[in-house]
Design a protein around this ligand. Structure first.
Ligand SMILES: Cc1ncc(COP(=O)(O)O)c(C=O)c1O
Length: 226
C-alpha cells in the first residue's frame, strides 16, 4: 500500500519504491500494489506508481471504486502483465465467478452520467477539511505525549500513545462506555508481535461536529484515566 497506507496514512517515497522493485528483481518476487486511496491526495505531488516504474512485469496494480464512489460496491480493477492477467482471471472465476453485474452496471451508468474527476475533487476537499479538523482538535485536546501522522491523502491518521498504554482496553473501559467514542485499536494490524499502544482514527464518515465532539471527549477521558 504505497499511497496513504491503511492504517497509518503514510506514503512510500520514490526512493523506497525503486528499492522495493530492485529487491523484487534480485529475489524474484511479485509485488501487489494495493492503492485504493491513491486518487484521494489533497496535498503534495503524486509519486509514480510502482506499476509505472516496473519494467519486468512484476507489479500487479489494484484500484477500487470503494474509496472514491461508495464502499459497498466492492468493485475495482487491476492492471498487470498479460500472462498474469490470464491466470488472475481464472482465479477470479474460481473465487466468485465475477463481480455483481448489477453493481458493474450501476457504476457504468454513473461514469456515463457524471464526471468522476469532479466528484473526486469534491471528496478531496471534504477529506482535507475533515483531516485538518481532527488533527487540530487532537493538538488542542490530547495529552502532549500522544503522537499522530499527518497524511497527504486517504482517510486515516495513525495515533501512537505512550508505551504501556493499551488502546483496546481504553476503548472498552472508557472511550465507548463513558464517551460513546470508538476507533480501531492498532494491535491487529501487526502481522507479528502486536503493539498495543496504537490506533487508527478515520475522519471519513463522521460529521464535522462529531469529529470535534469526539476528539474533545477522548482528550478529556485520556487526561482523566491515562
Ligand atoms: C488497502 C485497501 N485495499 C482494499 C480495500 C477494499 O477494497 P474493495 O472494497 O474494492 O474490496 C481496502 C478497504 O476496504 C483497503 O484499505
Amino acid at each position: 500500500m504505497p499511497d496513504f497506507h491503511n492504517p497509518t496514512g503514510v506514503t512510500m517515497s520514490l526512493a523506497r519504491r525503486r528499492k522495493l522493485l530492485a529487491l523484487a528483481a534480485q529475489f524474484d518476487f511479485l509485488v501487489l500494489e494495493d492503492s485504493p486511496y491513491r486518487d484521494i491526495r489533497y496535498t503534495g505531488e503524486p509519486i509514480p506508481t510502482l506499476a509505472s516504474l516496473d519494467t519486468e512485469g512484476r507489479v500487479i496494480y489494484l484500484g477500487s471504486f470503494s474509496k472514491i464512489l461508495a464502499p459497498g460496491l466492492r468493485l475495482g480493477w487491476l492492471a498487470a502483465s498479460e500472462p498474469l492477467i490470464d491466470r488472475l482471471g481464472l482465479l477470479k472465476l474460481a473465487a466468485d465467478t465475477q463481480c455483481s453485474t448489477l453493481n458493474m452496471s450501476a457504476v457504468s451508468t454513473f461514469l456515463d452520467t457524471f464526471d468522476l474527476e469532479t466528484h473526486i475533487g469534491n471528496i478531496r476537499r471534504t477529506y482535507l477539511r475533515k483531516k485538518n479538523l481532527m488533527l487540530g482538535a487532537m493538538r488542542e485536546h490530547f495529552p502532549a505525549n500522544v503522537r499522530f501522522t499527518d497524511p497527504d491523502g486517504g482517510l486515516f491518521t495513525w495515533v501512537t500513545f505512550p508505551q504501556g498504554f493499551d488502546t483496546a482496553d481504553f476503548m472498552r473501559d472508557h472511550a465507548v462506555p463513558q464517551g460513546r467514542v470508538a476507533y480501531v485499536p492498532g494491535g491487529t494490524f501487526f502481522p507479528g508481535a502486536q503493539e498495543k499502544n496504537h490506533a487508527r482514527f478515520s475522519y471519513s464518515t463522521p460529521s464535522d461536529e462529531a469529529i470535534g465532539q469526539g476528539i474533545a471527549t477522548l482528550g478529556r477521558l485520556l487526561k482523566a484515566h491515562a
